[in-house]
Design a protein around this ligand. Structure first.
Ligand SMILES: C[S@@+](CC[C@H](N)C(=O)[O-])C[C@H]1O[C@@H](n2cnc3c(N)ncnc32)[C@H](O)[C@@H]1O
Length: 283
């Protein structure tokens, strides 16, 4: 089956892991739950009949709501923002200021698509007051992702959308649910960095809470898959998982344009009782 690409650029996008994740979905699964949906690379490529898509980023979930509600009309509004004249620092910073000030949800959502494609590296970053503060990206000609927006609009039919922390979303999981969790990763190599997170970031307490919530959801009957860096911290965190899949994933390195490296990643699975296959390790 061909892979669909999300319309947003998003740090940690998981299109490459889709073939592995597809293979982990139990035959009896009826609903997908993604508490860290980001650009939706996984949701877009798993065709379970129902889904709860959630993320703590309210701007992101506001955009998905407007796309779901407005469809073609909303996509046309986004397209109007992609003109050659709009690919300048002057227009970018004016629209960034408008995005941060506006109370018009539809306009804000369309501006989010523009900022994602014209901002530096497709980053999504906020200052301490909650203002989007990514600098202008200086691309030659940012393309409008019209086809990908339409594909995502189709996927959103029948999806429940929530702007929320992962805890209440995971608490709703039970029998028949396939839960895929792709949290902000722990630092790749140095566990001492673990304390360097800011107050609002995803720190050791959140990583531990996610592992516990995943385990609890499997005890209630859900199948729970979690991905992260493969390092001593995550191996310890997920030592009791029913399956561990270790793999090397090619990733772009932001400090070197065009530079790529292979990063060790870990996918763990907590299966409900009766569906356990025993520990297995796949290269
Ligand atoms: C690694 S990204 C997910 C990428 C996604 N799998 C994709 O393919 O684009 C992690 C996501 O977690 C979200 N996030 C961070 N903290 C969260 C929290 N406490 N609860 C829910 N979502 C959170 C971020 O907004 C971000 O979209």
């Amino acid at each position: 089956m061909q892979l669909q690409r999300p319309f947003l650029k998003w740090a940690g996008g998981k299109t490459k892991l889709v073939p592995i994740i597809r293979g982990l979905v139990p035959a009896e699964a009826k609903r997908l739950i993604e508490p860290f949906v980001g650009s939706g690379a996984v949701a877009l490529n798993l065709d379970l009949p129902a889904a709860i898509l959630a993320d703590r980023n309210a701007d992101l979930m506001g955009l998905y709501r407007e796309l779901k509600r407005g469809g073609k009309r909303f996509i046309a509004r986004c397209a109007e923002l992609f003109t050659p004249e709009a690919n300048s620092a002057e227009v970018y910073y004016a629209r960034r200021a408008e995005f941060n000030a506006t109370k018009d949800r539809r306009r804000k959502a369309a501006l989010f698509v523009y900022l994602n494609r014209h901002g530096y590296n497709g980053l999504c970053r906020y200052n301490s007051r909650g203002g989007f503060n990514v600098p202008f990206g200086r691309y030659v000609a940012p393309g409008f992702p019209g086809v990908a927006l339409s594909a995502f609009h189709q996927r959103l039919a029948g999806c429940q959308l929530e702007a929320a922390d992962f805890r209440p979303i995971l608490a709703a999981a039970g029998p028949g649910d396939f839960v895929y969790c792709d949290p902000p990763y722990v630092p790749a190599s140095n566990t001492a960095n673990f304390t360097a997170y800011s107050r609002t970031a995803f720190g050791p307490a959140e990583q531990a809470a996610l592992a516990a919530a995943g385990r609890a959801a499997a005890q209630r009957g859900a199948c729970v898959v979690i991905s992260n860096h493969d390092n001593p911290t995550t191996r310890e965190l997920y030592a009791d998982a029913d399956e561990r899949h270790e793999l090397l994933v090619g990733r772009r390195i932001s400090c070197r344009p065009g530079g790529r490296t292979a990063v060790p990643e870990l996918i763990v699975v907590y299966r409900p009782r009766g569906q356990r296959r025993g520990i297995e390790t796949a290269a």
